[in-house]
Write a protein that binds this ligand. Structure first.
Ligand code: 13P
Length: 245
């Protein structure tokens, strides 16, 4: 595999699970995959204090370091606290905070400007998939992103396969088809090196093993299972095993 896998724990609006900061925490594992934790803002310092590579779930898209932006947090603040990754446009933020495609791209550009690494989340809802619009939706979500930027990650999260309300898991073939499509959108220089993560109810099971063996799936963005460290560790084991082949 020419790209080192990346497994990211999106803790969403949850406290760190017990043991997350301990010596044997999977968030601190240094195996064949890069591992990052993306906790709430309140837990960022704790994770960084334990040398966990840490991301933020959001950062302000406005080009200011501080000021009258109630409820916001600037990219400069994140960078100064040694955050290195920022999720941009998670479907829950697009839906619940009305983040538009343009807002998400502005946010990703702001992340890059502050020498951090955006993880741009894309994905269609069930209606859009039913009507065969999934690729159009994803390409619109990425339109305007400067693909020739230093380095970035894309996460494909089909909304219909996320969280407790998931209709079903995407098959490895469905996911691979979309990942290959996303890769085709990237510029030539970044096509081979950019990691594209899958995030839709990833669990430590055979499906995850099949997913990670797909040529265009380079790791996972894990929601629910990042709150159960034994399960998160199970996912890492599957990735490590596949990468060791
Ligand atoms: P689940 O793994 O809980 O389906 O969440 C996926 C997700 O939204 C990760 O960002």
């Amino acid at each position: 595999m020419e790209r080192r896998p990346l497994v990211a724990a999106n803790l969403k609006m949850n406290d760190l699970p017990e043991g997350a900061l301990e010596e044997d925490s999977p968030f601190r594992e240094r195996g064949n995959a890069d591992v990052i934790a993306i906790p709430t803002f309140l837990d960022i310092d704790k994770c960084i204090g334990k040398y966990i590579i840490t991301g933020a779930q959001y950062g302000g898209r406005f080009d200011v370091a501080e000021g009258a932006y109630t409820g916001d947090i600037s990219m400069q603040m994140l960078y100064d606290r040694r955050v290195r990754y920022v999720l941009c446009g998670h479907s829950e933020r697009r839906e619940l905070h009305n983040e538009s495609n343009d807002n998400v791209i502005e946010q990703a550009v702001a992340v890059l400007k502050h020498n951090m690494h955006p993880i741009i989340c894309v994905g269609e809802n069930s209606e859009q998939r039913k009507t065969g619009k999934e690729k159009d939706v994803v390409s619109e979500q990425l339109a305007g992103f400067p693909f020739n930027s230093v380095s970035y990650t894309v996460a494909y999260e089909p909304i219909w396969a996320i969280g407790e309300k998931a209709l079903r898991a995407a098959t490895p073939e469905e996911a691979e088809e979309m990942h290959a499509y996303i890769r085709s959108l990237l510029d030539e220089e970044h096509r081979a090196v950019t990691r594209i993560l899958y995030g839709g109810s990833v669990k430590p099971n055979d499906e995850a093993g099949k997913m990670i063996r797909q040529p265009n799936i380079d790791g996972f963005l894990v929601g629910g299972c990042s709150l159960q460290l034994d399960k998160f560790k199970g996912i890492l084991d599957i990735v490590n095993e596949a990468t060791g082949e």
